[in-house]
Structures are given as C-alpha cells and as structure tokens.
Design a protein around this ligand. Structure first.
Ligand SMILES: [Zn+2]
Length: 597
C-alpha cells in the first residue's frame, strides 16, 4: 500500500489461536463434522415431532439447537476472520467458500424447527412459555413465534420461499449487477462508481462538481431498467404484505427489528420535526467553505485540513482513558483486547477494507478488525468497535441465542463508546480551528446516520404508498418523490440541482426495503443513554452495564426501561437530537470566535 503512514500499529495483529491454530488445525475439521452429524441427529429426532415435546424436552432441544449453531459459528467465524486479513490467499478463500455452502446446508436441515415452533397452537405455546423449564428461552421462543399471525399455510409458505429465488432475490441480484457495472466518465477517463463518488470528499470544488456531473450522467444509463426493478420489488412486497396481512409496508421490518410500529413512528416524527438541525449545519458549512449556499456535491467537502495524526499508542490511551473513566470494569475489559492480541489494527496488502467487530464468537471473546490510519476518525472507529467488543464480551455468558442483538440495539455500546471518546478528544483539543474541524466531522457523521436515513425512509414510505394506491411509478414520479424527501431534509440550505436520479444506486431500497431507519434508531437510542449519563453521572453506569449484559435476551423496550427510558415516548428520540444540537451550538460559537461564522 503506497500511502500508509507509520502509526505504530504496524505490528498489531490478532492471534486467532483461541479459535483454531490455523486452517489446517484438525479440530476445525472435527468441529465441522460434529456440527453436521449433530444436525442430522437433531433432524432425525425432532422433525415433525416438535408439537409433542414436553417443556423439559423442548428446553433440551433448544439447548442442542444452540450447541450445533455454536460449534458451526465458531468454525465459520474463524474462516471469516482468517480470510479478512489476507483475501489473496487461496486456502483462506477456499475454506470460507466451503463453510458458507455448508452453513446454507445446515440451515436448510434445521429450518423445520423454527417453523414447527411457529406453527404451535397458541394455547399450547402459552403453556410452554409459562413453564419454568423454558424460562431461559422465553424471549427466543417469542421471537420465533412473533411472525405467526402473518404466516400462511405450510404449502403456501413453501411456494413463496421457493419462488423468491426467481422473484425478489433475482431482481435484487440484477440490480446489484447493473449498479456494479456502472462506469463513470471522469474527464475522459473511465472509473468505477465508488472511485467517482470518493471525489465528493475532495477539497477542490471544481473537482467535486465535475465528479457529481459525471455521476449524474452515468446514472442515466439503464435508469429505466433500475426504476422498473424498484417498481417490481415494491409490487412484490405489497403482494406479500397483503397475503400475510401486515398492517403497513414497514410492519414486517419492525417486527424483525424487535420493535413496534408505534416506536418507529415516534422516531420518525421526532427526527422529521428537527430537520432544522441538519439545515443549520449545512448553512454553517457553507459559511466555513465561503460559499453562499452548498450544492449537493459540497456536503462531504472537508472544511480545512486536519493535519492531526494520532499514533496507535496515543489512540489506545485516549480510548482506554475514556472507557476507564466511565467504569473501571469496562476499562479493564477493553484493555484486554490490546494486551491479549484480540485486535488486528494496521492496513495491509490484501486485507479487507473497513472495520468490524466479530461480536458473538461462541465460547471465545470477540475480535476487533481495523484499518487504523492515524487520523482522528480512525480513533473514533477504534472506540466504536471496542464498544461492540465490550457488549459482546459481557453478554457472552448468555450463550449465542440470547446474546445476539437485533439491528435496533446492536449499535448501543459502539455509539456510546464513540461518544465517550469523542468527548475526551474534544476536551483535549485547544486550537479552536482544529476543534471546529473535529466537531464538524462528528456532526456530519451524525447527520448522515440520523437525518439522512430518515429522509430516505420518507422517500421509501412515499414510494410504497403511491405504488399501492396508484400503481407503477414513472421515472418522473420517482424523481419528484426523491427530491421532495430531500427538500424536506435540506430546506433551502442545499442546492439539489442535478440530484434527482441519485436514488437509483442505493441498494437498501431494493435488497432490504424499510431497513434504513434502524441506523437512526440505534444511534439515537445510544445517544439518549449517553445524554442521561451526562446529566445523571455515575448512577447510570451499573444499569447501563446490566443492559449490555442482557444482550438480546429482552426486547429493546425492556432494555430501555433498564436505564429508565421509554421507547414509545418521543422524548427519548428528542434527547438524542438535543445532544446533536448542543454540538452544533458549540460549532457555531467556535466559528464566530475565529471569525468564520
Ligand atoms: Zn457498529
């Protein structure tokens, strides 16, 4: 890699031997064989018999189901982690491909268990759920059974499932292939879509404008086809929802997110009501860039150089300091990730890009994957992934099924840890210009997560509603609805000229309808806990850690209650937004202080 600076993270690599000694570890093959044999035995023993099980027998069956999944998850996690640090190594790719296929086979073999549980008569299920023997599996059973009111008969389910492959999945794949093939003519050179989009982060306005024009041109090609795919997916979903009896287009998504239509509506209302925060920020950004008004391609522009470089050791100290300050227990846990080689830090050739935390590695601790570059954003990324790590670590004793969190609460500890660390970074920065840069970067990330995702949700809502009422949407109608939703977000703070077709590359609309609001939900949930911590101090520490220890064993509403919050009360969302508005106040004050505002 050409431009990697020395950060001191170069030698920080993880030790996967807590999982397996390597790809040729004989335990790996014996685990895979054990998972397969146990799955066969499980099917042999329980297929078509789930309804006859006593509470004790059912508890035993779920224990065994979890044991099988844990063994296999450990193997496939190893394959993933091993592959992600050297994607060019053939044996690593081969192991991952082999295990992915085996995983699909195992799923198919074991699918009956969930279906038979969902098919249990309510009366029978109530009796089971009330039984002491199944108390550990109460939430898990609830989760499996919550789709029951919307399930069709078994032959109907089978037809729908099989037809997905040639229906929505096929359209989704076609969309991915079409967007993957988009080439952008950038000043006479053909570049990939991602490369062109990356130019929107350039400090040179002319370069950003040329890139945006080139992207708009590139999106024209095949636009009608992508609009047709979108229409088809939306129609397909409306048929599914009608057959199953879901009350709204978003209900199925809310159910799988373990939340309610009411809580999500409260979130959406609260965010839409405060779109002015985004508008205020973009007006400030225009002043900082010395522009009358931002064009849509200026939104990501840097507002000045950030020459600050943070070495790995400094980053570790800042992040550890933040976690230790919060609570010594969380500080001690996070510290183990450094001292026991559970982190892979530096960018390397053939390493995957980005960052993640492998949270629920059964029987082992989480692992953290980074591409640490030494800018201040990568310090926050470190804090973010260590939040996931802390969450996974303290929830581990619950076992795989109960530790696993839905999308809506999965980001709690990560966003919280990031907020702790950001506060520390900000407090240690004395130079007002650099302080402003730091704040602006943070506010921009927050706007992208909170406001932009809800604006996208409003677009989706309009598309699904119009499709159900008026039929197929023309290109013009799609553009109109997209610009409506964006205009509500930006007001007159951003010029949207040329932006009308930019809905047409976003994969979530096609592959996971209704998905995008969860980003905002998780972020604001975590921020409102953080806000409570700022107001109430140490009183929140133990309840918060208890919330993390509960993993996914309770629904989000009950988790929120553990820290004294109510997800159906709009105030929870408003307080997260207030925290953002406070940062914006501070940024505006700094800007006028240094004569930029
Ligand atoms: Zn995350």
């Amino acid at each position: 890699m050409a431009t990697v600076e020395i950060t001191g993270a170069e030698e920080v690599s993880w030790n996967l031997s807590d999982l397996y000694e390597g790809g040729d570890d004989p335990r790996l093959e014996s685990d895979i064989a054990e998972a397969e044999a146990a799955a066969d035995a499980f099917r042999e023993r329980y297929y078509t018999r789930v309804a006859e099980l006593t509470p004790g027998e059912l508890a035993e069956a779920i224990d065994e189901r979890e044991r099988i999944e844990s063994i296999f998850t450990r193997a496939i996690y190893f394959a993933h982690l091993w592959f992600s640090t050297d994607m060019a190594d053939a044996p690593r790719g081969a192991l991952l491909a082999r295990l992915t296929e085996k995983g699909a086979g195992l799923d198919t073999k074991l699918l009956f268990f969930g279906l038979e549980l969902a098919a249990l008569e309510d009366e029978k299920a109530e009796a089971l759920l009330a039984d002491e023997a199944l108390s550990r599996w109460w939430h898990w059973l609830h989760t499996v059974r919550k789709f029951r009111p919307y399930l069709l008969t078994e032959p109907e389910e089978k037809i729908l499932t099989e037809k997905t492959v040639s229906g929505s999945s096929a359209w989704d794949r076609l969309f991915d292939e079409l967007t993957g093939a988009i080439r952008v003519d950038l000043d006479g050179t053909e570049v990939g879509f991602e490369e062109a989009m990356a130019k929107l982060y350039s400090g040179d306005r002319d370069e950003r404008r040329r890139a945006a024009d080139a992207v708009t041109n590139a999106l024209e090609l095949g636009l009608r086809t992508r609009a047709f795919i979108f229409n088809t997916i939306v129609l397909d979903k409306s048929i599914d929802d009608r057959l199953r009896g879901y009350p709204t287009w978003l209900s199925a998504r809310n159910l799988s997110n373990d939340t309610t239509d009411e809580a999500v509506q409260a979130l959406i209302d609260a965010v839409v009501h405060r779109f002015d925060v985004a508008q205020r920020y973009y007006r400030l950004k225009a002043r900082l860039l010395e522009l009358d008004r931002l064009a849509h391609y200026d939104r990501m522009a840097p507002i000045g150089d950030d020459p600050v470089r943070v070495s790995w050791d400094e980053a570790r100290d800042v992040v550890l300091g933040a976690y230790h300050d919060f609570s010594s227990e969380s500080g001690d846990i996070v510290e183990r990730f450094f001292t026991e080689s559970w982190i892979d830090a530096p960018p390397r050739d053939n390493k995957r890009t980005g960052a993640f935390c492998a949270t629920n590695v059964p029987g082992v601790h989480p692992y953290v994957f980074l591409n640490y570059t030494g800018d201040r954003r990568s310090v926050l990324t470190l804090a973010h992934e260590l939040g996931h790590a802390l969450h996974g670590y303290v929830a581990m004793p619950l076992g795989l099924f109960n530790a696993n969190t839905p999308l809506t609460t999965a980001e709690t500890a990560s966003v919280f840890g990031e907020a702790l660390t950001f506060k520390r970074l900000l407090a240690s920065e004395r130079d007002p210009r650099r302080k402003l840069n730091l704040l602006a970067g943070r506010i921009e990330d927050s706007i992208a997560t909170v406001f932009r995702q809800i604006a996208m949700n409003r677009f989706e809502d309009a598309v699904h509603t119009v499709r159900r009422g008026e039929g197929e949407l023309s290109l013009e109608k799609l553009e109109e609805l997209w610009l409506d939703a964006q205009t509500r977000l930006f007001g007159d703070s951003v010029d949207l000229d040329g932006y009308g077709t930019w809905w047409s590359y976003i994969p979530h609309f096609i592959g996971s309808p209704g998905y995008v609001y969860a980003y905002s939900y998780g972020f604001l949930f975590a921020l409102s806990i953080f806000r409570k911590y700022e107001l109430e101090g140490d009183a929140i520490v133990e309840p918060y850690l208890d919330l993390l220890r509960a993993g996914g064993s309770k629904p989000p509403q009950e988790l929120a209650e553990m820290v004294g919050l109510d997800l159906t009360d709009p105030a929870i969302w408003e307080s997260g937004i207030d925290a953002l508005a406070v940062q914006l106040d501070e940024a505006e004050a700094l800007a006028s202080q240094i004569g930029l505002g």
